[in-house]
Ligand binder design. Structure first.
Ligand SMILES: Cc1cc2nc3c(=O)[nH]c(=O)nc-3n(C[C@H](O)[C@H](O)[C@H](O)COP(=O)(O)O)c2cc1C
Length: 376
């Protein structure tokens, strides 16, 4: 893994493995509540993400067989390899949830099971789940041990550096996870206290990597292809997960791969490509989740797809008032025509460095069904 950008080709057949799962590049789509649903995961895989993870799913809801929770675990074959991410704090429930996923018919069974140990949202940590697990290593170990015993699939964990600046225990946590049977660890290089602020501290990904034998996947603040390659090279990590940089830009995986494989810098998508993808995304969402949910869910994606284009504020505003798939389709088509009349417009600059943070509404508003703490 890693290597200079002077290379003309790279052996990409198996760039990373987790258990028996082979990934053809080190670059994966991060779990993103409210974003990484099946249609978006398909777009990311089409553009070269080597693996994807579902939004976080409640282990409790899964064990109770709640329909809404099971919906979050559904996927299409072309999304593979795919991990389902569970959150919870009760080892028995987590083990039962892992068992339930393994008992699904092969077609519906994911390729691996990830445990959320990084969610900073109060409603999650107050229940002892998400990042709260980083403060209780015996519990964290018991959860993973019982899940691996109950599971025929690899179990992985996605963690943060620790609870806060003074308790950055990422090396101990990574060792505990390996000892408990986790087959890989994803590290978002911030503490819980840092939420999404400040800069990710990649050097601690490197420390954790040197301390364990299982694959380490780095995460945090990868915004452009150069970042992804630099993370691999400077930390020695085995894979890289991209989160906010994919908002409105699934093509980033193609650009990252071209740069990593051949040192080639692919151009940014044109306005027409962005709007075309928006229209297709809307269609996929409507087929997947129904027209009402698609219209609602698509608003944030529209805002991301049009970001940086002329008069995009107006389109964003109008998108927020559309009530049907047809209205939203007409809005996007009309905007595309308008841009084409003005001449082909491309993005001259990479996506803004201040990649959008978690929309406050999607992490803190209990009314929103996609809020990470909602029972899923
Ligand atoms: C809107 C949003 C939703 C997220 N949902 C999840 C989630 O469900 N599970 C998880 O482990 N991390 C979640 N994260 C964290 C991301 O996976 C990732 O660790 C974080 O955004 C840092 O990576 P980035 O700088 O590439 O965005 C979420 C982040 C955002 C912005």
């Amino acid at each position: 893994m890693g290597g200079g950008r002077g290379l003309t080709t790279r052996a990409t057949l198996t760039a990373m493995r987790i258990g028996d799962i082979l990934f053809d590049s080190p670059f994966l789509l991060a779990p993103l509540a409210g974003v990484s649903d099946s249609p978006f995961r398909r777009l990311a895989r089409e553009q070269g993400a080597s693996g994807v993870v579902t939004e976080m799913v409640s282990a409790d809801g899964l064990v109770r067989g709640q329909k809404a929770t099971l919906e979050y675990c559904r996927f299409e074959p072309q999304e593979r390899p795919i991990g389902v991410q569970l959150f919870g704090a009760d080892p028995g429930v987590m083990a039962d949830a892992a068992g339930a996923l393994c008992a699904l018919p092969p077609r519906e069974r994911p390729d691996w099971i990830d445990v959320n140990m990084g969610c900073p949202v109060r409603k999650v940590v107050n229940r002892g789940a998400g990042a709260a697990l980083l403060t209780d290593l015996p519990l964290l170990s018991e959860i993973v041990q019982r899940m691996t015993r109950a599971s025929t699939l690899p179990v992985t964990a996605k963690i943060r550096l620790g609870w806060d600046g003074n308790s950055s225990n990422v090396v101990e946590v990574a060792r505990a996870l390996e000892g408990a049977g986790a087959q890989a660890v994803v590290i978002h290089a911030r503490t819980r206290a840092e939420k999404f602020g400040g800069e990710a501290r990649w050097e601690l990904i490197g420390e954790a990597k040197r301390a364990v034998g299982i694959p380490v996947i780095g995460n945090g603040d990868v915004r452009v292809p150069e970042d992804a390659v630099r993370m691999l090279e400077t930390t020695g990590c085995d894979g890289v997960m991209l989160g906010r940089a994919v908002f409105g830009d699934p093509w980033i995986f193609r650009r990252v791969r071209a740069f990593w494989e051949r040192g080639e810098r692919l151009p940014l998508p044109t306005a027409a490509e962005r709007l075309g993808a928006g229209l297709r995304h809307l269609r996929l969402l409507a087929e997947w989740a129904g027209p009402a949910a698609a219209t609602r869910e698509m608003r944030k994606h529209v805002a991301w797809y049009v970001k940086g284009l002329s008069h995009s504020a107006r389109v964003r505003e109008q998108a927020n008032h559309t009530r049907t798939v047809d209205e939203l389709t007409m809005l996007l088509r009309g905007y595309l025509d308008e841009l084409e009349r003005r001449g082909p417009e491309t993005f001259a600059e990479p996506l803004p460095p201040e990649a959008p943070g978690p929309p406050a509404a999607s992490v803190d508003d209990p009314a929103r069904p996609e809020a990470p703490h909602a029972a899923r």
